[in-house]
Design a protein around this ligand. Structure first.
Ligand code: G3H
Ligand code: 13P
Ligand code: NA
Ligand code: ZN
Length: 316
């Protein structure tokens, strides 16, 4: 069955790698994630966002994730699979996912005051704990797409707050803000200019305060240039899309970062291959014909992440 993240994170911490947390909204994404993780023998966290629940229905997604466990077995490898609520916003949302059979939830109280974040997160932990469901909390705010990613506008995690937050809430893992952001436009840089490095000094300071405690990195898509170029080549328009360099993610994965969240990269790969197929096959109209190459590309991309970036391959 589905497992929580406790053992996954203990092993990732000891082995100096990160477990992939991939978002899914539909069948093809889920098939690709499972196929890639079975192929590479990697543990995996399947993430469901509020947007995913609105799009695909929570009941559908939950049964799909349960189906994924059986599917992995059928493919020949029983990898650990967690079903995780991504960015839960209220106690009620988290409770409903716990009641629903999710094995892990995130309560994102990072936009609240410290005290309100503690109170909300603690309430979720107290509920989830009864069902052996693990809880991820967050301190510090990731910059939004419209925001300027700079010291003044992005609220990096304050390392002075992490010990108190972890102790008072009882969370199992902590998401921090060190310069990543969600989406495909993470930094405002001119073509050819390199992106500002992540604040590894803040990460190290957090590690020093809570040694051995699992840290989570959101907004960790690399926005692979090959996919952006393919999208633009076949009629898309994604100017200045830029993400986190893989080298920095490798460095993060080797640290106390035990979970790395990736959603946008999957969207880009999928869209790039569909655009290519549509442009090259204008008379085709069977969705299976264009979803198949898109799905195959996702498998390749997720497998490469597990093997070359997160280091989770061979750890299942
Ligand atoms: O945290 C953001 C994730 O990429 C989910 O995004 O709400 O559009 O599904 P979404
Ligand atoms: P990306 O947009 O960088 O893929 O981040 C995804 C994420 O953090 C989901 O919680
Ligand atoms: Na790690
Ligand atoms: Zn996120």
């Amino acid at each position: 069955g589905l497992v929580n993240t406790k053992e996954m994170f203990a092993k990732a911490m000891a082995g100096k790698y990160a477990v992939p947390a991939y978002n899914f909204n539909n069948l093809e994404q889920l098939q690709a994630i499972i196929t890639a993780c079975v192929q590479t023998k990697s543990p995996v966290i399947l993430q469901v966002s509020k947007g995913a629940r609105d799009y695909a229905n929570a009941t559908m997604l939950r049964y799909m994730a349960m189906g994924a466990v059986a599917y992995a077995k059928e493919l020949g490898c029983e990898i650990p699979i967690a079903l995780h609520l991504d960015h839960g916003d209220t106690f009620e949302t988290c409770k409903s996912c716990v009641d629903f059979g999710f094995s892990s939830v995130m309560i994102d109280g990072s936009h609240h005051s410290f005290e309100d974040n503690v109170a909300l997160t603690k309430k979720v932990v107290e509920y989830a704990r009864q069902f052996d469901v693990t809880v991820e909390g967050e301190l510090g705010v990731l910059a939004g797409i419209e925001d300027e990613v700079s010291a003044e506008h992005s609220t990096y995690t304050n390392p002075d707050q992490v010990v108190e937050f972890v102790e008072r809430t009882g969370v199992d893992s902590l998401a921090i803000s060190i310069g990543t952001s969600h989406g495909a436009y993470k930094f405002k840089v001119k073509p050819g200019e390199s992106v500002p490095p992540l604040r590894f000094d803040i990460l190290e300071e957090c590690e020093r305060r809570i040694p051995g405690f699992p840290i989570v990195l959101h907004g960790a898509s690399s926005v692979l240039p090959a996919y952006v170029e393919m999208i633009n080549q076949y009629g898309g328009k994604m100017d200045n899309a830029v993400g986190i360099p893989e080298e920095q993610l490798r460095k993060a994965a080797a640290s106390a970062v035990c979970k790395i969240n990736i959603d946008s990269d999957g969207r880009l790969a999928f869209t790039a291959k569909i655009r290519e197929f549509m442009a090259q096959n204008p008379s085709k109209f069977d969705p299976r014909e264009y979803l198949k190459p898109a799905r195959a590309e996702l498998v390749k991309m997720y497998a490469a992440k597990n093997e070359n970036v997160l280091g989770s391959a061979g750890r299942a």
